[in-house]
Design a protein around this ligand. Sequence first.
Ligand code: LMR
Length: 397
Amino acid sequence: MFERIERVPGDAILGLIQAFKEDTNPQKVDLGVGVYRDAEGNTPVMRAVKEAEARLLKNESTKTYIGSHGSPAYGDAVLPLVLGADSPVLEAGRASATQSPGGTGALRLAADFIAGELPGRGIWVSDPTWPNHHGLFTAAGIALHKYPYVDADNRLDFDGMLAAFNKIPEGDVVVLHACCHNPTGFDLSAEQWRTLLEVVRERRLLPLIDFAYQGFGQGLDEDAYGVRLFAEQLDEVLITSSCSKNFGIYNERTGCLIAVAKNAEQMENVRSQFAVVARENYSNPPAHGGAIVSEILHDPELAAVWRDELTEMRDRVNTLRQEFVKALDPYGLAEKYACVGEQRGMFSYTGLTPDQVDRLRDEFGIYMVRSGRANVAGFSRENLPYITRAIAVVNGV
Ligand code: LMR
C-alpha cells in the first residue's frame, strides 16, 4: 500500500529550523520560526519559569491525568490574564478555559467544535495569515475563505477588510489575530476594533480570536484590547490563547481554548463539547506547561518577575525594529522598509519578494519565510549591519 504514498515537502516555517542548523555560514542569521531570541541569539528559559520549575520538581506528588479540560488552576490563572482581572465576563460566569497542547491545539479544538456543532459554517481568515490556519481548518472539514488584510503597497487594508466583512454570510466564523498579526505585524487600532465589532454584531458572525503573542505588542493589557472588547460586547466569542511565546515555553505545548457564551449555562454546554473533542484528539493535555504558568501567575512576586522579563523582551524587539530602519538609511532604503518600525510583535511582513528571500538565504545565510516574513526577534546590534547590507544587495543598491 505504501508504495502509492507520495512524499510532500516539509512545513515552510518549521523546515527552516533544520535548514538553518545545517548551514555552515558562520555569519548565518535565523529570522525564521517565531521564537524570541536574546542579544546572543539564544531562546532562554525565563527567570520566573526556572524558579517555578524548581518548585514544581520539589513539590510534585503525582503524574496522574489532569482531565480533558486540563488543570483548573491553570484556567483560573489564564482567564484573568486574557479577559482582565475585573472582567464583567468572568463576573457573569460567561467564560471558561480548556487547556490545550499549545495554541495550535486550541485552534484544532475550536475547528473540530465548529465542524461538529456548527456544521455548514464557513471560516474566514485574513489574507495573508499564519499558513497553519489554512491547514488545520481545512483538515477539520470547514470551508475556508479569505478576507483582505494587506494592500499592494504593504499596508494594513482596513477598508478592504471591512468591505469583505460586510459581505460574509451571517453566522460564519471570522478568525482575527488579537495582536502581533502573524505574518504581517500590522495590528488593528482601538478604533478599528470598535468599528469591526459593529459589523460582526450586525452580521451575527462568530469571532475566533487567535491570541498567540499577548505581551509582545504593546503590553499584556494593551494587546488584549480587542479580545476584551469583543468578549464584553458580544454574546459569543471563541479565543485561542497561547503561553508558548510570552512564557517562552514553546516545547511544553501550553495553550487554551476559551469559550465566551451568552450565559453560564450555555457556556457549560459549549465547554462540555470541548471535552469530547479533546478526548477524541489527545484525551488530556500535557500538564507541565500549565503547572508552570499557574505557579507563576498565582504568586504575585513571581508574576512580577515574569512581567518584568517580558517587558524587557518586548522593548528589545521594538528597539531593534527602529534600529533596523535606521541602519537602512545609508542605503536609501529607510523609507521602503519603514513599515518594520511600525509593525508590532515578532513578525514583519517586509515586502521582500520570494526571489530576494532566496538570495538572502543562498548568498548570505539569512533565513526567513518565503512570503517575506521576518522574525525581527532574530535581529541584534551585531547582525544588523550584515542583514541591512544583504538587503541592500538584493535590492540592487
Ligand atoms: C511561527 O509562525 O513561526 C510560529 O507560530 C511557529 C509555528 O508553529 O509556525
